[in-house]
Design a protein around this ligand. Structure first.
Ligand code: AMP
Length: 591
């Protein structure tokens, strides 16, 4: 097996640190690659990025300073306090390690020269150590390396192990250098980048090139279980700007506010989920796994989508922060019941052995619609293709926001899936404003909805209304299931029992069918994110826009029952309308 002295690699690192020009850096790196034996070129590539594995493998270094200082002390015989002082003095544990090796009293009689292979394998061992004795393993492995290191080698080992190499080399620079070393010129990078996008493992690409030249590249294909970097979007502020940039024929799609998910499906039903940062996030989302398996059964596919949390009772999309409670190791089942999800799929990247990323979006969307059987938990992102005018786009944006999304994603139908690129083929168009609801409101309880799962038989959400003195009626503004403790939710049925009706109270104006109705009596305090137009709630119906009322977005109970207020003292319809206008004014002031 080929190997090379670690000392040699470190010489390159020192020179790279000494250059500021990108071209000089590329030429140094390509010299390095030419000199490196093919068998270890992947290791050199990872280490140069300060890593020991491709991004998508869950192998993290990033050792804490405490632990590293103990290893330095163990390797050099200096007391820990002395090392701590040096780190403080030099401001960097790497430099402190270099000093300690240089100045140690006892030099090993026999020092084994470090090779790239040995350093890499030890670093992997350090990264992989887990469980009870892992600290011990990490310290001993590291101090073993340091004991054999020359001073400058120690400096770089410590920086890598702490996740702080910072040579300023990024993956695209490495691709440039590989193109120069193996394809004759930096200008050939696109050929590498294309394969890198399908399989984002720079070590694997370096190795293929070093062993088999350009021909070997064609063997690097998208692979189930290996996530590709997600395509990203640019941003514009207005429909007019969009039309200028995109022309007038494109796909406008709802932009859901949740967590990006790349879904890998095997023909035998296995499913894995990857985050925007390529972490494997299968574990916390068994519900997504099960529903995707149902929806795509029997095929090999890679899909792109956005997973949102929904309120199981109201069916409304929940704020992103609440979905983040799902990202946990323990208590997955409980969180799954509390925050059910829907995944909105918007792209198809791979199907039955074929890469789709080079194909136009038009075709990818069509195939996606054929492949996915929609269900409660899996839906296709809602969107429209057409000849757009600015007014239509503005209206569609409004509709998207009314339906609980963040806005629109505008997509070029002829574009390829550009992995990892924030380009102009996707453009996000959010509302030109985001406003805050500053004061809480006092609303009247007019109905309730039964809970599901753990909450079955109890109320999961309340239907709330504002008062209209002119007609002496109550008009709905939101459903609210957030902000209650478990005990408070448990107590609701009894607390409201006296007001319970088996039909809607005549003074309540509602387009929504509640499970249980109440005489308007109890008042509670609610804070929300903002007031939005609503296709269902009846408050201020038709006053701002035909066919729409006003609603409170993301309402939460503040914990205060306003027993001091009668329903006629609640916040009025007129006040809600005024708050909405106030909000618009605040926005136009800002802009
Ligand atoms: P941003 O994070 O603001 O740059 O917006 C881009 C993100 O929007 C993507 O990374 C996705 O997570 C999310 N997103 C939501 N809906 C869509 C959609 N229909 N198409 C693409 N991305 C979407």
């Amino acid at each position: 097996m080929g190997d090379m002295p670690f000392r040699r690699l470190v010489e390159y690192y020192e020179r790279i640190e000494g250059t500021s020009g990108r071209l000089d850096m590329i030429s140094l790196l390509s010299d390095l690659f030419r000199e490196t034996p093919a068998e270890i070129i992947d290791k050199v590539a990872y280490m140069t990025l300060g890593r020991v594995a491709p991004e998508f493998e869950d192998v993290e270094l990033g050792l804490g300073e405490k632990l590293v200082m103990r290893a330095i002390s163990l390797a050099t015989g200096f007391p820990l306090e002395r090392i701590e002082d040096k780190v403080r003095e030099l401001g960097d544990a790497g430099s402190a390690a270099e000093w300690a090796i240089e100045n140690r009293a006892t030099r090993a009689f026999f020092r084994e020269e470090l090779t790239v292979g040995r350093v890499f394998d030890s670093l992997r061992k350090i990264a992989a150590a887990s469980g009870r004795s892992s600290q011990d393993v990490k310290i001993r492995t590291l101090s073993g390396l340091l004991a054999d290191a020359e001073p400058v080698e120690a400096r770089y080992i410590v920086r890598i192990v702490m996740g702080k190499l910072r040579l300023g080399v990024r993956d695209m620079t490495l691709l440039d250098a590989l193109a120069e070393a193996f394809l004759g010129s930096r200008g050939r990078r696109p050929a590498l980048e294309e394969r890198y996008n399908a399989y984002p493992d720079i070590g694997r690409i370096a190795r293929a090139l070093a062993l088999g030249g350009e021909d070997a590249l064609s063997e690097i294909r998208m692979t189930l279980g290996v996530p590709i970097r997600p395509m990203l979007a640019q941003r514009l502020k207005s429909p007019e700007e969009i039309l200028e940039k995109m022309g007038n024929r494109f796909l406008a799609e709802f932009k859901y506010d949740g967590e990006r998910m790349q879904v890998h499906v095997w023909p035998d039903g296995r499913v894995e989920l990857f985050s925007r940062r390529l972490e494997n996030i299968t574990h916390p989302y068994p519900d997504v796994v099960a529903s995707v398996r149902e929806a795509v059964g029997g095929r090999a596919a890679v899909l792109d989508g956005e997973c949102v949390g929904i309120n199981p009772i109201t069916g409304e999309i929940r704020p992103f922060q609440e979905l983040m409670h799902r990202r946990r190791k323990y208590g997955v089942k409980k969180m799954m019941e509390e925050i059910p999800t829907v995944i909105y799929l918007f792209d198809l990247l791979y199907l039955d052995g074929e890469e789709y990323i080079q194909r136009p979006l038009r075709e990818r969307r069509e195939r996606l619609a054929e492949v996915v059987r929609e269900s409660e938990g899996v839906k296709l992102a809602e969107g429209r293709i057409g000849e757009w005018r600015a007014e239509d786009l503005e209206r569609y944006l409004e509709e998207a926001v009314e339906r609980g999304t963040e806005g629109l994603m505008i997509k070029d139908l002829d574009s390829r899936y550009q992995a990892g690129v924030r380009g102009w083929s996707w453009i996000k168009l959010k509302r030109s404003y985001m406003s805050k609801m500053v004061e809480p409101v006092d609303l009247v309880v007019v109905g309730a909805f039964y809970g599901r799962g753990r909450r079955a038989g109890k109320y999961g959400a309340l239907l709330l209304a504002a008062y209209d003195p002119e007609t002496d009626s109550f008009k709905t503004v939101c459903k609210m299931g957030t902000g209650f403790s478990d005990e408070e939710l448990d107590a609701l049925p009894e607390m409201l029992a006296d007001f319970r009706l088996d039909h809607r109270h005549p003074s309540v104006v509602s387009n929504i069918e509640a499970d249980v109705w109440f005489t308007p009596a109890r008042v509670l305090e609610v804070i929300g994110d903002e007031i939005t137009l609503s296709p269902v709630h009846t408050c201020a119906w038709g006053r701002v826009k035909e066919g729409a009322g006003l609603a409170i977005r993301f309402p939460r109970f503040t914990g205060r029952w306003r027993t001091d207020k009668s329903p006629q003292d609640a916040t009025t319809e007129e006040e809600i309308l005024e708050m909405y206008r106030e909000q618009l004014r605040a926005i136009s002031d800002e802009g």
